[in-house]
Design a protein around this ligand. Structure first.
Ligand SMILES: NC(=O)c1ccc[n+]([C@@H]2O[C@H](COP(=O)([O-])OP(=O)(O)OC[C@H]3O[C@@H](n4cnc5c(N)ncnc54)[C@H](O)[C@@H]3O)[C@@H](O)[C@H]2O)c1
Length: 423
């Protein structure tokens, strides 16, 4: 069997899962790891025992004559573009963790680097690689459900001080070096679920729905630069309405749950369940659980390296960039503080890990999900009206064709309305 040589960039945090997954995949050979703080990571001893080479930067790896078939980039968001482009230029295929990048400008550079290199670039939104989501999307594209009407997702995942204090970019707009990261639940931990709605709304297996208008309420309870709670309504070229409710400032875990409504059927993903569609004919279809094989993305990328690289992407940069377009829009919204007296605190995973939360927020989100409104639209006391961003002069309309994506520049993004900042 031809082995696929892999260089793993970023081995702590989520990268540790790649180290473990690579152990279980006999077709892969980990030739080197790249991490400036490798010594402090969970798998450092194992990596040394196995004699895997270690470098502080991808540039050092390449300068030492290092080569691999696949670069897995699991570093912080601020490095995705630079490292993916470097790896592609060096002739490697790339599996880059989500989100593709902080900005659209970076995403476009990654597309150009992929095209110039003739290698593949996949973005690690694992649901888009799953059997459940791919089968569902094929049925949506085959027209079984008719036209889309409204997609909605709710996800509430508590995150405490340990999460926000673990690095120089969590909850930040830029990292210590000044690189944009736009870290928030929309761009990081729960980005999967907004991406999923955009991905399922795309007009082909390789594309996602293109956002054209965004309304959003952004809030924070934590003492962070960016927001920890967002309630968004997104209009896209393909799906008339996408509602996304997400927060880390919650007392308990809830979701993700989603509902996708079409002319001729409804698709639901309930808590901890599997995706179930009900057609107007009364027919039920079960698509399974998209969480079933979270590292299937790595196996599929190894397979792409071993077989034909010409095959279509599972989750290429064109599909992944729609989330980034939304993030760029949402970053232009004001961020409101939750009233300090309404907030509560409790230990999360340890006494040092303090969770700040807004009691009742999960229930408010459940109501918002039910009535399909943003919280400010049904009289929730702590809310502020949503800000809005019109993207129609930018990537929204221009990106109808994948090639037009290349002509987008950041200055094309037009802000039509904005409400006074209180960051
Ligand atoms: N797909 C998923 O389910 C999932 C889950 C968690 C995180 N992620 C993604 O993984 C990426 C990393 O997130 P994290 O939470 O593990 O971050 P982190 O900051 O906790 O850890 C990242 C690792 O990268 C290393 N690192 C820092 N700078 C580096 C550089 N310049 N080059 C190489 N390595 C560097 C750090 O030392 C650390 O070991 C993010 O893009 C995040 O969104 C994906």
């Amino acid at each position: 069997m031809k082995l696929v040589d892999v260089v793993l960039v970023g081995i702590g945090g989520y990268g540790a899962r790649y180290v473990r997954a690579l152990d279980d995949l006999p077709e892969a050979r980990l030739v080197a790891v790249v991490d400036p703080m490798a010594e402090s990571t969970e798998h450092w001893n194992t990596i040394q025992e196995r004699g895997v080479r270690q470098y502080r930067s991808l540039g050092d790896f390449l300068a030492a004559g290092g080569r691999a078939d696949l670069a897995v980039i699991s570093s912080p968001i601020g490095f995705h573009q630079e490292q993916s482009c470097l790896a592609l230029r060096a002739g490697m295929n790339v599996l880059c963790e989500k989100p593709i990048s902080a900005t659209m400008e970076e995403a476009l550079r990654m597309i150009e680097a992929r095209d110039a290199a003739g290698r593949f670039l996949e973005i690690g939104y694992q649901w888009s690689f799953s059997r459940a989501i791919r089968q569902l999307k094929e049925d949506i594209l085959a027209g079984i459900f008719g036209d889309s009407l409204l997609f909605k997702t709710l996800v509430a995942w508590p995150r405490g001080s340990a999460y926000y204090g673990r690095n120089d970019w969590s909850g930040r707009i830029t990292n210590d070096e000044g690189r944009p990261v736009y870290d928030s639940p929309v761009n990081n931990a729960t980005a999967h679920y907004l991406h999923n709605m955009l991905f399922l709304g795309g007009r082909s297996m390789e594309s996602a729905a293109h956002p054209i208008f965004i309304e959003a309420e952004c809030y924070r309870g934590n003492e962070i630069e960016n927001f920890d709670t967002a309630c968004c309504r997104i209009t896209t070229d393909e799906v008339p309405e996408i509602l996304f409710l997400t927060s880390h400032c919650v007392e308990r875990n809830f979701g993700p749950i989603f509902e996708l409504r079409f002319e001729r059927g409804t698709i639901r993903y309930p808590v901890g369940g599997s995706i179930e569609a009900i057609l107007e004919t009364g027919r039920h279809v079960n698509y399974g659980d998209p969480e079933a094989d979270p590292m299937g993305k790595l196996r599929l990328c190894l397979e792409r390296c071993r077989c034909s690289q010409q095959q279509p992407a599972f989750c290429g940069p064109e599909a992944a960039a729609s989330l980034t377009a939304c993030v760029e829009g949402i970053q232009r919204m004001p961020v409101h503080r939750f009233p300090a007296n309404d907030l509560a605190r409790r230990p999360l995973h340890s006494d040092d890990d303090v969770l700040v939360y807004l009691p009742g927020l999960v229930e408010t989100f459940q109501d918002a999900f039910e009535v399909e409104r943003l919280p400010s639209e049904f009289g929730v006391p702590w809310t502020s009206p949503a800000g809005s961003v019109d993207l129609t002069s930018g990537f929204g309309r221009q990106r109808r064709g994948e090639t037009a994506l290349k002509s987008h520049t950041k200055r094309d993004v037009m802000l039509s309305t904005s409400i006074g900042e209180d960051r």
